[in-house]
Write a protein that binds this ligand. Structure first.
Ligand code: FAD
Ligand code: EPU
Length: 279
C-alpha cells in the first residue's frame, strides 16, 4: 500500500482539487487498514469537483487486486455470458473495448464514459442508450469491515444515482453480456459515438447537471445564453452547455462560482459529487 500527500487535481479529469492523503490500497488487508479512519473513495475522478483546499479525509484509490480483471472468453454463442469477478478499479473504456473484441454486446452504451467500474456503479453511469445497471449481474461491496455480495436490485440504481450503504466501497462486479456479431456491436458503438460528437474534448467532469424530466440541461443553459461564459479559467463549453471546461489552470473556486450561477439562474440539479469546502 502506498500513502502519499498529493494534489487531487492530478486524479480528476477536470484537473482541479487541492491536497489530500492518498491511500492506494492493493489487498483486502490494506482496505481494512485504510478504512480505520474517515475516508472517501476515488474512482477515475471523472464526476468530481474537489475544493482547492483539498479534503481532510483519507482518499482511497483502488489498485492491486482491485484494479485487475477482464470479461473472460464467451463459451457459447447462444447463451448469455457471465463474466468472472472484475475489480472496481478497472477502467470502463478498457472493458468496452474488450467486449467489442470478444464479440460481447451490452457495454456499447457506455462507450466514451471515462469511469472506473466502481464509480460507474456508484453513479449508475449511462447514456440514453443504456446504463451500467442493465448489465450488472452481482456487486461485491466492502462495508463496515466485511465483504458482501449484493444483487444489483439492492443498490437503488436510478438515473445517475444509487443508494449504496453509507461508506460502502464497490470492490468487484460480475457482468452479464450477450454474444453478438462484431458488425452489430460496431454499429451500436458508432451510434453512441455519433451521439457524443457535440461534447467538448477539453478537460471536464462530464455533464455538470442532471437533465430535468423531458428536457436537457445543456439545451436550457444554451438557450439562457451561458455558452462561453467564464469565471477565471473555468468556462461553460461553447460546444455543449452542460459541460464546464478547464481552459488551463482553473481553480475549483472558479468552477464552483459558475455552478452556483447556473443553479441560481436556472434551478438545475448538480450531477457532480463535490468534495471539500468552498469559500
Ligand atoms: P469518481 O468521479 O472518482 O467518483 C464519483 C463518485 O463515485 C464519488 O462519490 C466516489 O466516492 C464514488 N466512487 C468511486 N469509486 C467508488 C467505489 N469503488 N466504490 C464506491 N464509491 C465509489 N457519466 C455518464 O453517466 N454518462 C456519460 O455519458 C458521461 N460522459 C462523460 C464524459 C466525460 C468527458 C467525462 C469527464 C465524464 C463523463 N461522465 C459521464 C461522468 C463520469 O464519467 C461518471 O459519473 C462516472 O460514473 C464516474 O466514475 P469515476 O470512477 O470517475 O468516479
Ligand atoms: N443541446 C442544445 N445545446 C447544447 C447542448 C445540447 O441545444 O448546448 C440540445 C441538443 O441539440 C439535443 C439535446 O439538447 O437536442 C440533448 O443533447 P445531447 O444529445 O448532447 O444529450 P444530453 O442530454 O445533453 C446526455 C447525457 C450525457 C450523455 C449523452 C449521450 C445527462 C445529463 N447527459 O446528454 O451524459 O453522454 O446524453 O447519451 O444525462 C454525463 O452524464 O456526464 C453525460 C455526459
Amino acid at each position: 500500500m502506498k500513502v502519499e500527500r498529493r494534489n487531487l487535481a492530478e486524479f480528476t479529469t477536470l484537473a482541479v482539487g487541492g491536497p489530500a492523503e492518498v491511500w492506494t490500497v492493493e489487498t483486502p488487508r490494506d482496505l481494512v487498514q485504510a478504512t480505520a479512519a474517515p475516508y472517501r473513495v476515488l474512482g477515475n475522478g471523472s464526476n468530481l469537483l474537489v475544493s482547492d483546499r483539498g479534503v481532510p479525509e483519507r482518499v482511497l484509490r483502488l489498485g492491486g487486486v482491485f484494479a485487475q480483471g477482464s470479461l473472460g472468453r464467451p463459451r457459447s454463442e447462444d447463451a448469455p455470458h457471465l463474466s468472472p469477478w472484475i475489480g472496481a478499479g478497472v477502467l470502463l473504456p478498457t472493458l468496452v473495448q474488450e467486449a467489442a473484441r470478444l464479440g460481447l454486446s451490452g457495454l456499447e452504451p457506455l462507450l466514451g464514459i471515462p469511469a472506473s467500474v466502481g464509480g460507474a456503479v456508484r453513479m449508475n453511469a449511462g447514456t440514453r442508450f443504456g446504463e451500467i445497471a442493465d448489465v450488472l449481474e452481482a456487486v461485491e461491496l466492502f462495508h463496515e469491515g466485511a465483504f458482501r455480495v449484493l444483487d444489483p436490485s439492492e443498490l437503488g440504481l436510478g438515473y445517475r444515482t444509487s443508494r449504496l450503504p453509507g461508506g460502502a466501497i464497490v470492490t468487484r462486479v460480475r457482468l452479464r453480456l450477450t454474444p453478438a456479431p462484431a458488425a452489430t456491436i460496431e454499429a451500436r458503438m458508432a451510434e453512441v459515438d455519433a451521439a457524443r460528437k457535440g461534447q467538448p474534448k477539453r478537460k471536464s467532469a462530464g455533464c455538470a447537471f442532471k437533465n430535468p424530466p423531458g428536457d436537457s440541461a445543456g439545451r436550457i443553459i444554451d438557450r439562457a445564453g451561458f455558452k462561453g461564459h467564464r469565471v477565471g479559467a473555468a468556462m461553460v463549453s461553447p460546444e455543449h452547455g452542460n459541460f464546464i471546461v478547464n481552459t488551463g489552470g482553473a481553480r475549483a473556486e472558479d468552477v464552483w462560482a459558475l455552478v452556483k450561477r447556473l443553479q441560481e439562474e436556472l434551478g438545475l440539479e448538480l450531477e457532480w459529487e463535490v468534495w471539500g469546502e468552498f469559500p
